[in-house]
Design a protein around this ligand. Sequence first.
Ligand code: PLP
Length: 443
Amino acid sequence: MAYDYSHTLLQALESLHSERRYRTFHTLERLCDKPPHAIRTKDGVRSEITVWCSNDYLGMSGHAAVRAAFEATASTCGVGAGGTRNIAGTSKAIVELEGELADLHQKEAALVFGSGYVSNDATLSTLGKIFPNCVIISDSENHASMIEGIRRSGVEKYIFRHNDMVHLEQILQKIAPDRPKIVAFESVYSMDGDIGHIGHICDLAKRYGALTYLDEVHAVGLYGARGAGVAERDGLLHKVDVIEGTLGKAFGCYGGYITGSAELIDVVRSFASGFIFTTALPPSLCAAAAASVRHLKASNLERAAMHANANALKYALQTAGLPVMATPSHIVPVMIGDAELCRRASDMLLDEHNIYIQPINYPTVPRGTERLRITVTPFHTAAHIAALVDALSATWAALGLEKTKRDDCHESICFKRPNTKCTDACELNRAKKCGVYVAYSAA
Ligand code: PLP
């Protein structure tokens, strides 16, 4: 009897349903002339909603200069790139974009890829293979795209506990000094909203002869005087060997890139199959991204407004007793700690309050730390924030979720280790350190 493919496929989907983590999509049309609003279509009915979870953090996808660059280039060069970079895809627009990006990060060269995911995967897998007997040392909370690149490099790898500099140094000490090593990490971690210890990691890497690879995907455009990210804000650009970013979040477009020394970029350009064997980004998109990067190098208005709104939102959530994590970044996670309740909270917000915040469940975050991940833009107003807090409070009441008391760490549940109370003995002690206290009821 032939293999029953359909049975296996349905079984795989059923396992997601039974764990309450089957993903459903909502069909939206973002209104770029009316941010942060969008039209939702459900069962043929259209309604206007407020988006609270977009990674178009600064609304640059709708910025007049970005749209104008896109439209002008599409009307002269057409829509598609016409081939891989090698064949017909090295457009003037992509070359100019790479110039903007290299300048942004103060590096000799830049290379644009189809996405941020591809840039991490292609670069790490290539560098791991190029350096003989290489070792990659990776933060335990690195993004899936870095993990995949490291896996595909086939090199020996070590994982250091998230942001734990003692552990990182212990690992570095054990590796022979003459072996090539790469330390891979992020600046803003997108789910917990905490920030990598860039300076400390670079100093350790230098001491032990390692290259540094920094993912600034959730920081480019948002931090630093010219929007180059946290490394720029902290005066550390020169210490990082490779800085990777995306054009798809704060820059409001699509695509990814790396920046670094001319020879490193040339090697990735020449060896990375994820760069070589795929159609280049359309010139119109490159022109739009270059316009966005250029604008954010010169303008601090969008960044400042977004950060002010993020702070105002955190304060309003805290004041209302909603379990918001005290992040040092623009990311605003509100903890729920249960996959089903998280999905129901998200559905209620959308169906009853016209507010869109997607649920974040395993495997994006560990089980028991499910959450609503809220992002704010320069376009959210005080009225939007008040409406969100009211809607969340109503949802918390309807689902029997507990609110928090601020000085309650010992009574609360460590969001890093489900079912564990946060105590002094907690190895991570995250809840105490960052003021996070998660108190929820599964009722
Ligand atoms: N790196 C991190 C830390 C991310 O969160 C993401 C995506 O969300 C990526 C890389 C991939 O970037 P892109 O969305 O451009 O593929």
